[in-house]
Ligand binder design. Structure first.
Ligand code: AMP
Length: 465
């Protein structure tokens, strides 16, 4: 199936071709026809699957026909949990809508000055992308006219639920016309999300594409045991000196640690900066722009700030501190391996983290292989978890047993194969192996990490069950 087969407006097809996309991704193939025929949908799709275009292309298609209602208010409203994701959706709308005449896209986000937002809202708007809290403020002040709203998109609804925004989301939905088309995207479609959907959607079609496990399949996960902070810093330095590393996100547990580590790395000569929730929006945007333009090689971030970052050159994610929740591990490492590229996720763990690691492995269904760098061996022999892992081997393990190789340098090849990766209910085939769609050929092999002399320096071992 090609984009032409989807019957989208030709101006949109032209913009898609400019973006370099040749085939719709599985979520796009499934969602776009349903949306064009007017159905509500609830879709489970991770970031990286092309979900933004899956809702944005039909939204833009709808805008190609003038509204019958005489109003300046938005015709499409997208709600997102974070400012970063909102900005990304806004960019996508502009990119795919660039050939549609007079399509006005704005974002209304917390942390931005009100006067500018008031001005934006006083002008005609087609697509409004917003975080719920700030939007409610404007609604309560009577600054938004939803009389011509036709489509409401809840992006990363599970996250909005987790972050306590769901009441705001429901208040906003209640302020929009009941005739609207409603779309809900979520990493999982579980009981809590079902309840939200039952209140806000009308007979929605359920769409489920690749599972979480399949989504991680293009990311090689590595584990380094660390003795103490000094050992951890030396290991970090080793990983950052890897020439295969184009850009990296290093995750710390706290905002203060993010600042301190970014300062230390900067002092050591790395193009590094911090990103966390205590920074104002202008600082965050400036840092992200720098990262996107290649002006930064290392971003040191906390969980909240990193959601929605979609930058192709991020080759490595480093868990300087392990995340508190297994789910965050998946979000973190999903910052690499974007759009079918290969990625490497490195986690540092101390002897005390074994139970935590087992939880993460159970959640992902994949084992994280432990690595040792000669000269940087942990002093203490890791206490190994005794049980708990029943899932699939990691990418590194699988590669040892397969001659799998991609032919296109590992980029943007995540189409057809992904479709066979699990049934319509998102049940993958155990290990996400069949129909695997991501390339691996341009990655350094985990068992041959090189030291500075070029000798084979790495060593990996599996933690026993
Ligand atoms: P998303 O899941 O929306 O965050 O998108 C992940 C990445 O996939 C983004 O960088 C998009 O530009 C890219 N993308 C979206 N649709 C396609 C497609 N049909 N072909 C190739 N890349 C795509």
């Amino acid at each position: 199936m090609s984009f032409e087969d989807l019957n989208l407006n030709l101006s949109i097809i032209k913009a898609i071709h400019d973006s370099g996309y040749t085939t719709p991704t599985p979520i796009q193939k499934q969602a776009i026809p349903e949306l064009l025929s007017g159905h509500d949908i609830m879709a489970s799709a991770q970031t990286g699957t092309g979900k933004t275009a899956a809702f944005m292309l039909p939204a833009l298609h709808l805008l190609a026909t003038p509204s019958k209602i005489n109003s300046r208010g938005p015709r499409v409203l997208v709600l997102t949990p974070t400012r970063e994701l909102a900005l990304q959706v806004t960019e996508a709308a502009k990119k795919y809508g660039k050939y549609l005449p007079r399509t006005k896209v704005i974002s209304i986000l917390g942390g931005m000055p009100y006067p500018l937002q008031n001005k934006l809202l006083s002008q005609p708007v087609d697509i409004l992308v917003a975080t719920p809290g700030r939007l409610i403020d404007h609604i309560q002040r009577g600054r938004i006219d939803f009389s011509r709203l036709e489509m409401l998109v809840l992006d990363e609804a599970d996250r909005m639920l987790d972050m306590g925004f769901i009441d705001d989301v429901e208040t906003i939905a209640a302020a929009t016309p009941a005739t609207r088309q409603t779309l809900l995207f979520s990493a999982t479609l579980d009981g809590a999300i079902d309840k939200v959907a039952a209140r806000l959607l009308k007979s929605p079609k359920r769409i489920q594409v690749a599972s979480q496990k399949a989504r991680l399949d293009n990311i090689e996960q590595r584990l380094h045991y660390v003795d103490d902070m000094s050992h951890k810093n030396r290991l970090l330095n080793h990983v950052l000196r890897d020439e295969a590393l184009k850009q990296a996100i290093v995750f710390t547990a706290t905002k203060r640690d993010a600042d301190t580590l970014a300062d230390n790395l900067y002092a050591q000569g790395y193009a590094a900066a911090a990103l966390h929730g205590d920074m104002n929006q202008r600082e965050r945007t400036r840092t992200l722009t720098k990262l996107r333009s290649g002006g930064l090689r290392v971003l040191v971030a906390t969980d909240v700030a990193a959601r929605g970052i979609d930058i192709a050159d991020i080759t490595h994610v480093i868990n300087f501190d392990l995340p508190k929740f297994a789910e965050d591990y998946v979000h973190r490492i999903g910052r690499t391996g974007r759009a079918g590229a290969a990625g490497i996720a490195v986690s540092f763990a101390s002897n005390r983290d074994s139970a935590h690691l087992t939880k993460i492995e159970r959640y992902t269904g994949q084992r994280i292989m432990s690595h040792i760098i000669p000269g940087l061996e942990p002093r203490i022999k890791p206490r190994l978890p005794s049980s708990g892992f029943k899932g699939a081997p990691s990418v590194a393990q699988k590669r040892k047993h397969s001659s799998f190789a991609s032919t296109n340098g590992g980029r943007k090849n995540f189409n057809a194969a992904n479709e066979s990766n699990g049934d319509a209910n998102g049940n993958s085939n155990g290990n996400g192996h069949r129909g695997r769609s991501f390339g691996h050929d341009n990655r350094i092999n985990s068992s041959t990490l090189r030291n500075r002399n070029g000798s084979s320096a790495g060593h990996q071992f599996a933690r026993p069950k």
